[in-house]
Design a protein around this ligand. Structure first.
Ligand code: EPU
Length: 423
């Protein structure tokens, strides 16, 4: 197991390229299974979750070739013949559950393990299943597996997502584009990841109306073809580096290859801290303010403040002059980073789904433990501010979602090293 050893306290300056988005890539990969021919996906990050999903896709019989040097993935679905996604793989990554929609949508049958628990409480998949049932797909549960059957086209109907869900919208799109005569998803997710998937499916030949709105109407087509597409840049990685640029005194970062429009309300909030943000096409320059102002946020679905940036924001707020609050309305107990930040000297209190932060507190190096992807990157941010040396343990969480993080940070002057936990 690897850990990061980080010596903090010095400003960072330079250019950081933003990688392709993990959460946008996974739906594209699943959609490739719906095609009659191979798809070529570009700008795919080299991340553990991508490798895991490659293996899930291989298990069902598809041919997967990852040209890692070029971040290009080729998925050929021609020989898919084993319509099952086993627990061993699905438990490693919840998004493997997208196999349910992709397999039943194309082949009329799927047997996919239920994903099980998650590091921050229950993350149900009831809407994925109820939506498929509403569409006319037969769903049953057997020994921890979901079995979906729909040998012929199904009628479709209307299904309202309450709450709006990225994953359920993706799975219902995958299931319906080849299967449902007319299916309407109400309160559909509008996240850029979903918009990209819809546009991609349309390029493959699908019929989807209302893309980018809360109501999607899908009318089944008889076949989809494989195509070439460039995956979107990662908006959460971008937001993470913007927070770093704002929170570390005297820091100036240039973030390249990004899509600033995908940040929703985040940029406006970050400007309220006093950070200077200049956007020029696909590049964002960010400069830390002399005094970081406290700014409270509440997570919402897109275009609201993303839940995947709340831990990083709370970490930044430990360096703001005053009191602030971070409330997560999407997940109610995603605060496992709080006790770890406290070990570094931060003052945070969790009350229900809100964390109260008192700043500014000096942070001092210690050993801290990663508990999930966004929590672990927050500990890296804190370590870069902290005096002395911090060890961030169990960074395998971080490797799921941040491509070459230590290389990118070293290039702008950070003292960060990956070492074996035993050493
Ligand atoms: N929900 C239900 N029932 C369902 C599905 C969701 O009640 O069947 C609830 C959830 O409990 C949650 C809300 O709906 O309260 C929204 O969850 P959503 O389904 O949108 O989340 P997800 O699709 O499981 C994706 C991202 C997450 C990100 C969330 C919210 C991927 C692979 N994962 O998860 O990303 O936090 O959307 O934006 O796209 C991460 O990257 O660190 C991460 C966890």
């Amino acid at each position: 197991m690897d850990k990061f050893v980080i010596k903090g306290g010095s400003p960072l300056k330079g250019i950081i390229p933003v990688s392709g988005s993990k959460n946008a890539a996974l739906p594209l990969m699943a959609a490739s299974l719906l095609g009659n021919t191979a798809s070529t996906l570009k700008n795919i990050p080299r991340l553990k979750d991508i490798y895991t999903f490659n293996n899930v896709i291989r298990v069902v019989g598809a041919q997967v070739t990852f040209h890692e040097d070029e971040n290009t993935l080729i998925i050929d679905p021609e020989n898919v013949n084993h319509l099952e996604a086993p627990y061993d793989l699905v438990r490693k990554m919840r998004a493997s559950f997208y196999m349910l929609g992709a397999l039943v949508g194309k082949h009329g049958y799927a047997k996919v393990s239920l994903p099980g628990g998650c590091a921050w409480g229950p993350r149900p998949v009831d809407l994925h299943l109820k939506g498929m049932e509403a569409m006319g797909i037969d769903i049953s549960l057997e020994k921890g597996y979901v079995i979906a059957k729909a040998p012929d086209k199904v009628a479709g109907g209307t299904f309202k997502l309450e709450p709006s869900s990225v994953g359920a919208t993706v799975n219902l799109l995958l299931a319906s584009v080849l299967k449902a005569k007319e299916f309407i998803i109400e309160n559909a997710a509008k996240e850029p990841d979903v918009v990209q998937l819809c546009n991609h499916l349309v390029s493959m030949g699908a019929n989807i109306e209302g893309i980018g709105t809360g109501t999607l109407t899908i009318r089944a087509v008889d076949e989809l073809k494989g195509i070439e597409v460039a995956n979107d840049p990662d908006r959460i990685e971008l937001g993470t580096f913007m927070i770093l640029g704002a929170m570390l005194p005297e820091t100036e970062l240039k973030l390249t290859g990004c899509n600033p429009e995908h940040l929703g309300s985040f940029t406006k909030k970050l400007r309220e801290t006093g950070a200077t943000i200049n956007i020029d096409g696909t590049t964002i320059d960010i400069k830390a303010p002399e005094t970081l102002k406290p700014v409270s946020i509440k997570t919402q679905i897109y275009p609201g403040f993303p839940t995947d940036l709340q831990a990083q924001w709370a970490t930044m707020m430990t360096q703001a002059e005053g009191e602030s609050k971070v409330t997560d309305t999407v997940y109610f107990d995603r605060f496992s980073y709080v006790p770890e930040l406290t070990r570094l000297g931060a003052e945070l209190d969790v009350e229900k789904n809100t964390v109260h932060i008192s700043g500014k507190t000096p942070l001092t190096g210690a050993s801290v433990m990663s508990t999930d992807l966004r929590a672990s990157v927050s500990l890296v941010l804190a370590a870069l501010v902290a005096e002395n040396t911090t060890e961030v343990l169990r960074i395998y969480h971080l490797d799921r979602g941040y491509e070459a993080l230590e290389d990118k940070l070293q290039a702008v002057g950070a003292h960060i090293e990956r070492v074996d936990e035993e050493s």
